[in-house]
Design a binder for this molecule. Structure first.
Ligand code: NAD
Length: 257
């Protein structure tokens, strides 16, 4: 029980990686808030976890909803110890065809969302005086670029900068900040982009997986939601400023520092 007595907010926790992290945190004794755009799915996830979980309707790009959502968690669970800023989307397009609206939407979800949830949680953490852990869901695309993913690569690189500032500002309050950088994980986000990439590049779906997604891994394997949750648990339970301002790549060796 490595998170006994802790309260965690996980955004985008109604699906994929966020859902697995929320479940893992709850198994380790944490109370978890499933914050997601999709309230129905968030409620189903919270219900499956049980009494130590609550669903929170939250569009992470909406300042009022983020403030209200975090206030609701603080009031129900007594504070926030851990934020996992995880909500995200993907958009596949070469830059010359990329609509400005899609560029802005993606950056808003990844970057405005990270900023707004961080700010709301930091205010609460500083006031409470018990420190905390802020975890951003980066990607190998925080370190590398790929074709057709300009806004995603831009946003994921941006999270590294935000993390480092939070690490510096948060230190005197014992608040740490770190980034997880997964390789490809089979979630709805990835399942959707396989046929999109196949169409845009004029290759088969099998070739998208083998020749693009897993080409540079050491063993041709996908990273799993469980792998990412394990790293999220490590960052959440590491209780000193010795580990802050860092990013950890979990990608079957696709990217090596
Ligand atoms: P997913 O599509 O399974 O889940 C994303 C969740 O975010 C959904 O529940 C969705 O409703 C929610 N969401 C979307 N927009 C939102 C908003 N505006 N406000 C609140 N919630 C919103 O995707 P996933 O693969 O689990 O991705 C989670 C995170 O992991 C993302 O930040 C993604 O970029 C990152 N990531 C994923 C992979 C991968 O291969 N799947 C790899 C590296 C990083």
């Amino acid at each position: 029980m490595r998170l006994q007595g802790k309260v965690a907010v996980v955004t985008g926790a109604a699906s994929g990686i966020g859902k697995e992290i929320a479940e893992r945190y709850a198994q380790e004794g944490a109370k978890v808030a499933i914050a997601d755009l999709d309230l129905n799915k968030a409620e189903m996830t919270a219900k499956a976890i049980g009494k130590n979980a609550m669903a929170v309707q939250m569009n992470v790009t909406d300042e009022a909803q983020v403030e209200a959502g975090i206030a609701k968690v603080v009031s129900a669970f007594g504070g926030v110890d851990i934020l996992v800023s995880n909500a995200g989307i993907q958009y596949i397009s070469p830059i010359e065809d990329l609509p400005f609206a899609e560029w802005k939407k993606l950056l808003a979800i990844h970057l405005d969302g990270a900023f707004l949830t961080t700010r709301a949680c930091l205010k609460s953490m500083y006031k409470r005086g018990k420190g905390g852990s802020i975890i951003y869901m980066g990607s190998v695309h925080s370190k590398e670029a790929s074709l057709l993913k300009a806004p995603y690569v831009t946003a994921k690189h941006g999270l590294l900068g935000l993390c480092k500032v939070v690490a510096k500002e948060g230190a005197k309050h014992n608040v740490r900040a770190n980034v997880i950088c997964p390789g490809f994980v089979r979630t709805p986000l990835v399942d959707k982009q396989i046929p999109e990439q196949a169409k845009t590049l004029g290759i088969s779906e099998d070739d998208v997986v083998k020749k693009i997604m897993l080409k540079d891994t050491v063993d041709g394997e996908f990273t799993t939601v469980a792998d990412v949750a394990e790293v999220a648990l490590f960052f959440a339970s590491f209780d000193s400023n010795a580990l802050t301002g860092q990013s950890l790549v979990v990608s079957h060796g696709w990217f090596m520092e």
